[in-house]
Design a protein around this ligand. Structure first.
Ligand SMILES: [Zn+2]
Length: 352
């Protein structure tokens, strides 16, 4: 989503910041709130779960932002992991907060029945007074040997382009440290699209790319659309610095990103939310996981893919893309990894 071209309700943003503090405190105090986030095959194993094994490391920490409870077992609950073949897919929480419009304003076509079904699927997204609570999440795909593909980079630090509407600063750097991932381990960053809440930590405020050893994959159609629209803020914040250092990889269409006997990772064009939007497919044999990006931003679009989101660039194209992606994901019994739902991993079949 991108709201830089829309008027911002300052009062709601301030309320949003307050609510962010509240929700983070709740995470620290109420383990059950994120019980669903626990990794299925790594939880509680300090030998394999870096977050659980390094409580004494301030960087493992949550100590800074979640208080004493965060220094213990809660680190793992903020970094859920699923395995696909040889790959570990980790959900990395960057930020959370209420959206600046009501959910009905954001999804005007949603019916009462749609909302009821969505609430069963992702209850934490429903705040009081028609509020939409959302997470801002990135995903790391760790390959054997420790190299990492990072999908999206969150809202970024204070002062990032998302600051005008999203709850900055995000926490991706702490989450990466807690997961045992150094900036130098990341050899590919996939930006699903160039909206401010997905590119926040891609390049530092000093104009230096955050991940020195990484290529950054952006669809050619996305960069062309930004250029045509004269989107100078996003071009100068993300695209120009990557071009200067030679780290920009303009992919064009479906592109294989990693391939080995243990599985494959592929960038798949999923236009509509933006012209050059892409998703990331991780597969091994019959097991599939799709990092969707903003093909769907709320569970209401899972239970009814016809429900558009007002800030989609092209609602018709976005709707077609969403229906096709979800139909395919259900056919293959895929796991969906979304940026903005309150739970990081949702089985596509759960949404029928
Ligand atoms: Zn978004």
């Amino acid at each position: 989503m991108d709201h830089t071209h829309h008027p911002i309700d300052r009062r709601r943003l301030l309320l949003g910041a307050a609510a962010l503090g509240l929700s983070v405190a709740q995470l620290a105090g109420v383990p059950a709130a994120r019980a669903g986030d626990r990794t299925d095959d790594l939880a509680g194993d300090p030998a394999r779960d870096p977050a659980a094994g390094r409580a004494g490391d301030p960087a493992a920490g949550l100590a800074g932002d979640l208080g004493p409870a965060g220094a213990g077992g809660h680190a793992a609950t903020l970094t859920a992991t699923r395995r696909v073949g040889a790959y570990e897919v980790m959900a990395l929480y960057d930020a959370a907060g209420p959206f600046f419009t009501s959910r009905q304003e954001a999804f005007p076509a949603a019916s009462a029945a749609d909302w009821r079904r969505a609430a069963r699927l992702d209850p934490a997204a429903f705040g009081p007074n028609d509020a939409w609570n959302l997470d801002f999440r990135c995903y790391a795909i760790r390959r054997p040997g420790g190299r990492v593909i990072l999908v999206d980079t969150g809202v970024g630090p204070a002062g990032s382009p998302a600051s005008s509407w999203a709850p900055v600063p995000g926490h991706l750097p702490e989450r990466l440290r807690a997961a045992g991932i150094a900036a130098g381990d990341v050899d590919l960053v996939v930006l699903t699209h160039v909206h401010s809440d997905h590119v926040g930590w891609a390049v530092g405020p000093d104009g230096v790319p955050t991940f020195p050893n990484a290529r950054y994959a952006i669809q050619h159609a996305e960069i062309a659309a930004l250029t045509n629209a004269g989107a100078t803020t996003m071009l100068s914040y993300v695209v120009d610095p990557l071009r200067r250092t030679g780290q920009l990889w303009e992919v064009d269409g479906r592109t294989r990103l990693a391939d080995r006997p243990g599985g494959a990772v592929t960038a798949v064009p999923t236009p509509g939310h933006t012209p050059g939007h892409q998703s990331v497919l991780v597969e091994r044999g019959r097991r599939r996981l799709v990092v969707t990006g903003d093909v769907l931003v709320h569970a209401v679009q899972l239970v009814n893919p016809d429900v558009g989101y007002v800030f989609e660039d092209d609602q018709d194209v976005a709707g077609r893309t969403r229906r096709a992606l979800l139909a395919d994901a259900r056919r293959h019994d895929a796991l969906l990894a979304t940026a903005h739902l309150k739970q990081p991993f949702v089985p596509a079949r759960a949404t029928r």
